[in-house]
Ligand binder design. Structure first.
Ligand SMILES: [Zn+2]
Length: 153
C-alpha cells in the first residue's frame, strides 16, 4: 500500500506517514520526511506557530482563559483527556495562536509511581474513547477546513 504525500507529491509506503486520528486513513497528509524538512527550515524561528503541543504544560494570560477558554468541558470530553485540544481549538476559533518557544525545555519526568493520567481510576475513569469521539465530532470539520490549510498540513 502507498499514499500520496501532499508535501513532496510522491507515492510512498504507509510506514513513512505518522498517525493522525482526524484523517480517514488514520495517517498524516504529509510524510515524515516532509515534516522533518519543515522543522529544519524553521529551526531558526525561536518563537514559532505550531499545530500541536504536549498537553501537560501550557502558558496563557489569565484574561485569555477567562474570556475564551472559560471552563473545560468535563461532561463531554471526560475528566482526564483532551484538555489541550479543547484549549487550542477554542484559542484558534477566537483568533488566537498556539506558539512554541524553542528556547525552553520541558521534561515530563516523574519518579516511579503508578501513572493514572490516561486511565483514570475505578472511581474516576478517564472515558478516553468517548473524549476522543467528542473531540473529533466537535473540532474535526474546523480542523480540516481552517487549521489544516492554515498550517498547510
Ligand atoms: Zn513528503
Amino acid at each position: 500500500m502507498v499514499k500520496l504525500c501532499k508535501g513532496c507529491s510522491q507515492e510512498l509506503p504507509l510506514n513513512l506517514f505518522s498517525k493522525c486520528k482526524v484523517e480517514k486513513d488514520g495517517l498524516q497528509r504529509r510524510c515524515k520526511h516532509c515534516f522533518r524538512e519543515y522543522a529544519k527550515k524553521n529551526k531558526h524561528k525561536m518563537i514559532d506557530q505550531t499545530a500541536s503541543i504536549q498537553g501537560s504544560v501550557w502558558i496563557m494570560k489569565k484574561s485569555w482563559w477567562d474570556k475564551v477558554i472559560k471552563e473545560l468541558d468535563t461532561q463531554n470530553y471526560g475528566p482526564l483527556i483532551q484538555d489541550s485540544h479543547e484549549m487550542i481549538f477554542k484559542t484558534w476559533k477566537a483568533g488566537g495562536k498556539l506558539v512554541v518557544n524553542k528556547n525552553t525545555w520541558f521534561a515530563h519526568k516523574h519518579r516511579s509511581f503508578p501513572r493514572t493520567h490516561n486511565n483514570g481510576t475505578k472511581e474516576n475513569p478517564a472515558r478516553c474513547e468517548e473524549g476522543y469521539a467528542y473531540a473529533l465530532k466537535t473540532w474535526g470539520k474546523y480542523y480540516k477546513e481552517v487549521i489544516r490549510p492554515r498550517f498547510n498540513i
